[in-house]
Design a protein around this ligand. Sequence first.
Ligand SMILES: *[C@@H]1O[C@H](CO)[C@@H](O)[C@H](O)[C@H]1NC(C)=O
Length: 352
Amino acid sequence: MGVPGCFHIIGLWAVGTFGECFHEQAGFLLGQGSGFKKVVMQFHWNNPQLKADYVDSSGMVLHLTKSKRTHNAGVLQVGQYYIQLSPGQEKIVVEGRCTPDMSRFRLKGPIHFTTGINHMHYLGRAMNMEHFRNGVKLRDLTMDEVYSYDSPVFHNYAESVRFEPGDEIKTSCHFKTTERSKTVFQGDGTNDEMCFGFLTYYPTENMINPYCIQWRGLDYSSFYYQETINGCTWKDFLNTSIPTTEALHTRVLSHCSKLGLCLKECVSVIKEAKKHPCLQGDMHEYFRHLAREDGAKNAPLARLFSALDSCYTEMAVESCPKPLTDPTSTSSTVQFSVFWIGAASVLRHIMK
Ligand SMILES: *[C@@H]1O[C@H](CO)[C@@H](O)[C@H](O)[C@H]1NC(C)=O
């Protein structure tokens, strides 16, 4: 993700790994016919002291073979996009699920995992991916009781693990933040955090979308293929030219303060507004996140939320979700940590 035009991960490397040998039954199809014809390599470097004389001579060798493997391999990414870790905590657990519905949507038939690898950053202490079917746990996929960013472990399955549409993967990430004085968020920077799992699988022919990641309880990819999520028609909610959206903005902004004061006449207006399906539960939190993360790009949304949040304290009793802390700007000190090779596929562009 994050590489325009590329949709599939075909390899990854992280500090402390020596590369990956793929399963004898499966390989990545490159070149002629339906093979990948372009690859992009994404590097992340870290240079906290902004030294000017650092050089990097690292690289990667791709080994090609003429004796094609029986199956075409791909990489499935699972985990959680929403991370907000309070400082000073011994243990915080973040979970992301690839739910039965999510896996059913993504798979045309069973796939087989050959390798799994966990990925967090320096605050990660332990991690696991668990495989469930019909609510029953079948096995741990990547139990790292002690996780260390600098020495990730490839979990290889001598006998590949069959994963069926409707199966579930629960990813659990344990973080320790006693060394931090500020809240830590999800992000690419080494000082940000991640909670992702990567599973190499075959055959790619059974995969529709190799990203099965949540944002809180939402299917993160659903924004790309669903117009309505939990009853919320999100494009209309973000479009102030739509009369109902415009009416909502006008009503809230004309009754509520933009300066954080809770006006008496605002309380009942907010109560009414919060019945909107886009202002419920995780969707509400997602839009609040959008408003705060990029207020310039989402100016109307940012105004709406500052008005909606002006009576937060007064309405807290009514089980409003807690507002997000303003993201502290972590300096973009990205360690040479992980890089992806994404391959462009002409066949599938679900995520545009
Ligand atoms: C917003 O809605 C208007 C009216 O339906 C429509 O013409 C316009 O294309 C929409 N804008 C976006 C960005 O979807």
